[in-house]
Design a protein around this ligand. Structure first.
Ligand SMILES: NC(=[NH2+])NCCC[C@H](N)C(=O)O
Ligand SMILES: [Mn+2]
Length: 328
């Protein structure tokens, strides 16, 4: 069975790790966008839904430096289990999620299904999402997925003092899917990152994490950048691409929780994702952080849906590794 002929949409309407409310509505906003565009995309692909625990937002948060960590752990476990089983059955996971913390669940699931494989990550985002509870400026766990999966506390850059319970939650989160780190920081490549804090910057430097800036993308062209991204991950066996819509410019749409100026255009983001998924090593793709409650009209979701449907179309028509991935 060919994975790419068997796309599985994994929907995760979770928003508890974002600081602003509404990202949980992002998936439905993309479905609305597909209807506006009279597309049958959501009828053409099978969908598996991961249940959220957004009701925890009605309760008091107990972890100031890892907000709703116990709820985040529940969602990550579910996303990891679903991603692993989608891959085990020979399907290709396309994850549509609310806040970006879910990416840690996806990565954990990929690694669970492919424990012997070296996994590389392409992170297209305005943010580095490399914080731990020890360094976070906000306590919002959507700023932490890459630390979760690389097992990084970044203690050298510690700014927050944690209580025992927060430490226990964080340790549990780092062991999602399989025990310990799923990736090494050296196997992360950033595109369009332009809003980072000191501890993240030190960490990036320490581990030689390359960011292809928006300026570089514009100067060298999307095609060259896609090739350079993949070249940096050439020693990885499989690759996961994570697309945060805040990688795009905030003047196009404010429909995301943490918008940042000077981002990618919709066309650049669309072309970049399409070029990346043509690599046979790409084994999962994710789109996150659409928040229609912050938008004018449904602009962000409409752009996100264009990128989603185009990426899936290109995926289906491109070569993949010989199945099963374990043997490749
Ligand atoms: N996935 C995201 N939108 N992340 C935004 C993170 C912003 C900031 N670095 C923080 O940790 O609070
Ligand atoms: Mn992000």
């Amino acid at each position: 069975m060919k994975m790419r002929q068997n796309i599985k949409l994994v929907t995760v309407k979770s928003e508890i790790a974002a600081g602003t409310r509404g990202a949980g509505l992002g998936v439905d906003a993309m479905i609305v966008a597909s209807l506006t565009k009279q597309s049958s995309f959501f009828a053409e692909h099978s969908i598996v839904g991961v249940e959220d625990v957004n009701n925890v937002l009605l309760k008091e948060n107990r972890f100031p430096y890892a907000k709703y960590a116990d709820g985040v752990k529940i969602v990550l476990d579910r996303v990891a289990a679903t991603t692993a089983s989608v891959m085990d059955e020979g399907s290709f996971p396309v994850v549509l999620a609310g806040d970006h913390s879910t990416a840690a669940g996806t990565i954990s699931g990929i690694k669970k299904a492919n424990p012997e494989k070296r996994l590389g990550v392409v992170w297209i985002d305005a943010h580095g999402d490399l914080h731990s509870p020890y360094t976070t400026p906000s306590g919002n766990m959507h700023g932490m997925p890459l630390a979760m999966v690389s097992g990084s506390d970044n203690i050298a850059q510690q700014v927050n003092t944690l209580d025992e319970e927060t430490i226990a939650q964080w340790e549990a989160i780092k062991n999602t899917g399989i025990r310990g780190a799923k990736i090494t920081p050296e196997d992360i490549v950033f595109v369009a990152v332009r809003d980072t804090e000191g501890p993240e910057e030190v960490f990036m430097k320490e581990h030689g994490i390359k960011n292809f800036s928006v300026e570089e993308v514009r100067k060298e062209g999307v095609k060259t950048i896609a090739a350079r991204v993949l070249e940096r991950l050439q020693d990885c066996d499989i690759i996961y691409v994570s697309f945060d819509v805040d990688s795009m410019d905030s003047s196009i749409s404010m429909g995301t929780g943490t918008p940042v100026a000077n981002g990618l255009t919709v066309e650049e983001a669309k072309d970049l994702n399409a070029l990346l998924v043509q690599s046979p090593k790409v084994c999962a793709w994710e789109i996150v952080e659409v928040n229609p409650t912050l938008d004018k009209g449904n602009t962000m979701a409409e752009n996100a849906f264009d990128i989603l449907s185009n990426t899936v179309e290109v995926l289906k028509n491109s070569k993949e590794l010989a199945p099963p991935l374990m043997m490749a």
